[in-house]
Design a protein around this ligand. Structure first.
Ligand code: GLV
Length: 333
């Protein structure tokens, strides 16, 4: 660096990401990239953050009070994920560290995937493909891989935020589904009317849904929100699709309920303790399993990375970030 230039902030990109995103960040910062798919955490992350003003994360790196205490120079944590259960936002606010996430840009892509996973689950697409690849398709049969209809069925949406509403739109407007939902707050009446959606208490949602799609954010209030008791309320013909976070569903209880025939099938993109998957789920034929890819279209992953980069650039160059989770930090100056 030219010694006459003012020194630029140093940041950590905690995960490999698009090279052009890193190149753009390099126009503003000294950039250290963690060039490994093994996430940095705890002491290793704290060591790597020494002397850094900002960090670009991807939804898994734990940012907690102990890490913040060990990294007093940190000013901004910018995530390319919309879910931020890996970040203790209150602890960041207490230390004046700005936090941003990436809402909005992944809504439609994630809803597309949730719908696809629900359909694959209901129509047994994974199971049918494995059957065919094993060479077991020898004749037509009246009930070969017969599953559950989507059109005209009741769609239950657990968590009616942006993504939940986008899933509901697909069901109501594209497939003539009846939409019921459970959420902390009710949708405004006009939105309920546009979707034909009806709020239900959780037990009734679980009991009425032919296809339950879980899109609720993860946190202490939603830990095992769907466990043994709630699964027992479902119809034996129903499906459950989880595109929220592992931990919202009790995976061991789900495996047990599937084995007992308490529901017909499950589609899971997220898991407790991922990338580990509960071994019982791996042995069940009526589960469609995907590796946390609901937002993974190339265009959307770019938009998510761009938004996190824009936020980091804004946060460290005195501009208002686009999607701050704790804007009160900015007001303090
Ligand atoms: C993905 O799970 C996200 O939160 O963006």
């Amino acid at each position: 660096m030219n010694p006459s230039q003012p020194s630029r902030p140093t940041i950590l990109v905690a995960r490999p990401v698009f090279p052009d995103t890193v190149a753009r960040l390099r126009q503003h910062f000294e950039v250290d990239v963690h060039d490994s798919e093994t996430p940095l955490q705890g002491d290793a992350l704290a060591r790597r953050l020494q002397g850094k003003s900002g960090v670009f994360v991807a939804g898994v790196e734990p940012i907690d009070a102990a890490l913040l205490a060990a990294c007093p120079e940190l000013k901004a944590v910018c995530s390319m994920a919309v879910g931020y259960n890996n970040i203790d936002v209150a602890a960041c606010t207490a230390r004046g560290v700005l936090v941003t996430n990436a809402p909005g840009v992944l809504t439609e892509t994630t809803a597309d995937f949730g719908f696809a996973l629900m359909m694959a689950t209901a129509r047994r697409i994974g199971e049918a493909e494995r059957f065919l690849r094993r060479g077991e398709w020898t004749h037509w049969s009246y009930d070969l891989m017969a599953g559950q209809d989507i059109h005209g069925a009741t769609l239950g949406v657990l968590g009616m935020g942006r993504i939940g509403q986008a899933v509901a739109r697909r069901g109501a407007l594209g497939f003539g589904m009846k939409v019921v939902y459970h959420n902390r707050s009710h949708l405004p009446e006009a939105e309920e009317a546009a979707l034909g959606a009806r709020w239900l208490p959780l037990p009734e949602l679980m009991a009425q849904a032919d296809h339950l799609v879980i899109v609720v954010p993860y946190g202490p209030a939603s830990h095992h929100l769907v466990g043994r008791e709630q699964l027992a309320w479902m119809k034996p013909t129903a499906t459950l699709t989880n595109i929220a976070r592992g931990g919202v569903v009790d995976d061991a209880a789900l495996a047990e309920a599937l084995r007992a025939g308490q529901l017909a099938a499950a589609g899971l993109d997220v898991f407790e303790g991922e990338p580990q998957v509960h071994p019982a789920l791996l042995t069940l034929p009526n589960v469609v399993l995907t590796p946390h890819i609901a937002s993974a279209s190339l265009a959307t992953r770019r938009a998510m990375a761009d938004l996190a980069a824009d936020n980091l650039i804004a946060a460290l160059t005195g501009q208002p970030p686009l999607t701050a989770l704790n804007p009160e930090v900015l007001a303090r100056g």
